[in-house]
Design a protein. Structure first.
Length: 252
């Protein structure tokens, strides 16, 4: 959406704080031995405390309040009593919600407990590349150039990007134009970021895969060549200068 008033900005700030604080508290609550269902229920209660509604449940009928993906799951993991978190797991939590007609989205990957499986370099690269990409976004900047930056930085770190997952506009619905802020260069995309617009910028950095493939459950995505994927995401307000990170409360 395009922010045209102080009230709209306040609405985006409120919903962004709700999803950001939910993500932060879920990350702190996560521990070996609990199920992803328990972690999701914890997050759902926090959202409810803000008066916010789960965006994936509201929009798509997703079977969870949040998306929780572990280890070889790239995104859209379904919370389950059968999935028990363990020391060293690569965990991704994606929280998006609606509050008073405004929508925001954020997510982050982290290593649970000790990094016994050497996932931290992937997590660090995803996070660092996200912030580098955000720092380059201004009104008028080509969206394709940010995709090129993400892909180039991933290669420098020895990783690949997931080419069919993307950031997107957000604000009055979960997914708005621009709907394809890719992690790679698309020479056919001539769109530019617009000043005062709100967008969700996310990285999908992978060890071996370059495409996400939907699994038999109809939701969970995994890499086409196996390996692991780390994701980090912020909702931002595009300006003439450095963007305002509306979900900064998640402490990513």
């Amino acid at each position: 959406m395009s922010i045209t008033s102080a009230d709209e900005l306040l609405g985006m700030q409120r919903v962004s704080d709700a999803v950001a604080n939910t993500l932060k508290q879920m990350r702190e609550f996560a521990q070996p031995g609990i199920s992803t269902k328990e972690l999701d229920e914890f997050g759902g209660k926090i959202l409810a405390g803000y008066g916010a509604k789960s965006a994936p449940k509201l929009t798509y009928g997703f079977p969870g309040w949040t998306c929780i993906s572990i280890n070889n799951e790239a995104a859209h993991g379904i919370p389950s009593e059968e999935k028990i978190l363990a020391n060293g797991d690569l965990v991704n939590i994606d929280v998006s919600a609606e509050l008073d007609g405004f929508w925001a989205d954020n997510g982050g990957s982290f290593v649970l407990g000790e990094d016994i499986n050497n996932h931290q370099p992937l997590v660090d690269a995803s996070k660092d590349i996200l912030y580098k990409a955000i720092s380059k976004i201004r009104g008028g900047v080509k969206i394709a150039d940010i995709g090129r930056l993400i892909e180039t930085e991933a290669r420098k770190h020895g990783f690949t990007v997931i080419r069919n997952l993307a950031g997107h506009g957000v604000g009055r619905s979960l997914h708005e134009a621009p709907d394809c802020i890719l992690n790679c260069y698309d020479k056919y995309n001539t769109q530019r970021f617009k000043k005062n617009s709100t967008v969700a910028i996310e990285t999908f950095i992978a060890t071996t895969s370059n495409m996400a493939v939907e699994q038999a459950d109809g939701w969970t995505l995994k890499g086409n060549k196996g390996g692991f994927v780390a994701q980090h995401e912020h909702t931002i307000l595009v300006t003439d200068g450095v963007p305002e990170i509306l979900t900064s409360a998640n402490k990513i």
